[in-house]
Design a protein around this ligand. Structure first.
Ligand code: SF4
Length: 585
């Protein structure tokens, strides 16, 4: 087996690009007379991994990271489970489903999580590294001889395991599916649990809507409903909480947990660590090198698995997969002595059709990041528009009016070039924003060619590079993996600290909000009917108000200091509730 992986990102290369010749001519193996990096028939380079010595000289000739050369761990002896092609991503192992348990998959983007669960779900037929064709179940059983995966594929072959799978990109469902939600769900209701599932997932009000007319959060819940209505004993969910607000996330997590019993296995890929912690019994970490290769760790308990992931080091495998540790603060930050005021408001009210919004008196200070918590449809964006002067309140005063730069929740991917969108960002904040967000290599691409995570990072950089007093970012964590979420937290915090500006961050990932915010605004009320803005509060006070309303308590993990949701009715949960301490004990 080759000891290194050479990736050529062919979709980023135009046939005949000049720099390819430079790479071919510079390769020391080529120069010594052995073929290593050569021009393929498609006018794009290819690399022979068997002769490549991993010197990395060709990588330096790439304008936009088109080549990745990486050494595989010494201990890795097996052939890949699946390889997408010559010089393309490969996955070396698989997580194992466990009956009666929810197994969580944790890893950065581009490391093979979706590939792994698509293979287990039977959506992708693996090739065991043989590019000539798919492997049969007999081949897979032979390949996994003596492991749990052998038993799994034996059961799949004999028809004893039936899989139901929810794909990651629910926003693409309307492109391939037509009709009313009710009809679509009735069609797949093999378990005759239509009413129960509709009630659990709170989708009763949209049953008569066309699938193309519902929101992202509704699509997500309809996709989950369709998955669980099918008769199966292995349910697989790829990112089931994207687009959902925190109340919906908790509800969906409880529902997914309830599916696992002695005859049913559940597997979940999830980037919201608090939700993953709440939902999963076991965790498999995927590590390796993004876009190059992925390896699945042994299963760990959820607590240990998440802490290992944050530490970046797998002790049993003796693998360091990140060169830094992710740390959380020990206690909620104490609000510093009052900083200069950016803007403030008296008691406000605003009516928009049937929806009304009220705000208690409040102040936004400079140099600060305000987390904004609340359900979907409760007036968060309307409030920001009032601060920006775009909407006038019916009663109450705001002053001084501030200039707002806004990143929307849903991102539009048109044909504009990234370089054009980020012109100001490159000119003024190249070191502070563009480089740390890894955007340099995307400049020659169109927005429509970016992945969800790339588009999100471009939108964040574009928002921060605009001249404004207040930056409003609506769901900046969507499509980003855990590492990227924590990286953008740091960039946004540093930016506000240095520039004297402030940010309002609307997000539903509580760990992300905990990491990024110095104060909190909490939106209460009833979605689409009434919103009440409370705060700003200190972190501790605000989280306490918010979690009390949800009926959930949080503690700090003693090792990583990350916030963890207590299991409902556990000793800790009861103790904290009796003391009225819902956050940080
Ligand atoms: Fe040639 Fe070195 Fe590139 Fe391998 S890493 S293809 S040996 S230049």
């Amino acid at each position: 087996m080759a000891k290194r992986v050479a990736i050529v990102k062919k979709d980023k290369i135009n046939a005949g690009d000049d720099w390819q010749r430079l790479a071919i001519n510079a390769c020391p193996v080529n120069r010594s007379g052995t073929e290593c990096i050569t021009m393929g028939e498609d006018g794009k380079i290819q690399i022979d991994e068997a002769t490549c010595i991993g010197c990395g000289i060709c990588v330096k000739k790439c304008p936009n990271d088109e080549i990745i050369i990486v050494n595989l761990p010494e201990a890795l002896e097996q052939e890949p489970i699946h390889c997408y092609g010559k010089n393309a991503f490969r996955l070396f192992s698989l997580p194992t489903p466990v009956f009666g348990k929810v197994v969580g998959i944790l890893g950065v983007n581009g490391i093979g999580k979706s590939t792994a669960i698509k293979i287990l779900a039977g959506v992708l037929k693996p090739n065991l590294g043989n590019l000539e064709g798919e492997a049969s179940y007999d081949d897979l059983i032979e390949h996994f001889k003596g492991t749990e995966a052998q038993k799994f594929f034996e059961k799949v072959r004999s028809g004893d395991i039936i899989v139901s799978y929810k794909p990651q990109q629910v926003d693409q469902i309307p492109n391939t599916t037509k009709g009313k939600v009710r009809d679509l769900l009735k069609k797949v209701d093999e378990r005759k649990k239509f009413d129960e599932v509709v009630e659990e997932l709170q989708i009763g009000k949209i049953l008569d809507n066309d699938i193309r007319e519902i929101s992202g959060g509704e699509l997500q819940r309809v996709a989950i409903a369709a998955t669980v209505l099918k008769k199966a004993n292995f349910y697989v969910f790829d990112e089931p909480t994207s687009y959902l607000d925190i109340k919906q996330r908790i509800r969906v997590s409880k529902f997914i947990r309830s599916l696992a019993d002695e005859n049913t296995a559940v597997m979940v890929v999830e980037h919201d660590l608090i939700i993953l912690d709440y939902m999963a019994d076991l965790i498999n970490i995927l590590y390796g090198k993004q876009s190059a290769y992925g390896i699945v760790s042994q299963p760990k308990s959820t607590k240990v698995g998440i802490n290992i992931f944050l530490e970046g080091y797998l002790k049993e495998e003796n693998v360091r997969f990140r060169d830094y540790q992710i740390r959380f603060m020990k206690a909620a930050p104490i609000k510093e002595s009052k900083r200069n005021e950016l803007t403030s408001w008296s008691s406000l009210s605003k009516k928009l059709g049937k929806f009304s919004l009220e705000a208690e008196q409040g102040t936004i200070e400079k140099h600060s990041v305000f987390g904004v918590l609340g359900e979907n449809g409760i007036g968060k964006t309307t409030f920001a528009k009032i601060l920006a002067g775009v909407e006038k309140p019916d009663s109450g005063e705001i002053g001084p009016e501030v200039k707002v730069s806004y990143k929307a929740q849903y991102l539009e991917a048109n044909d504009e070039l990234v370089a054009n969108v980020l012109k100001d960002a490159v000119k003024n904040f190249n070191t502070q924003i563009v480089k740390p967000l890894g955007l340099t290599s995307l400049m020659t691409l169109k927005l429509s060619e970016l992945s969800g995570g790339e588009l999100q990072r471009v939108a964040i950089a574009s928002c921060l590079s605009k001249e404004a007093d207040l930056y409003l970012l609506d769901e900046p964590s969507a499509y980003l993996d855990v590492e990227q979420r924590l990286l953008i937290s740091k960039i946004i915090k540093d930016f506000m600290e240095k520039s004297g500006k402030s940010a309002l961050i609307i997000d539903h990932d509580l760990l992300f909000i905990d990491y990024i915010s110095s104060s909190l605004l909490v939106f209460d009320g009833e979605p689409a009917v009434k919103g009440i803005v409370k705060g700003p509060y200190s972190m501790e006070e605000g989280m306490n108000v918010f979690l009390k309303d949800l009926g959930i308590t949080f503690r700090r993990d003693p090792e990583s200091n990350r916030p963890r949701a207590n299991k409902p009715d556990s000793q800790m949960d009861r103790q904290q509730k009796s003391k009225n301490v819902f956050y940080y004990s």
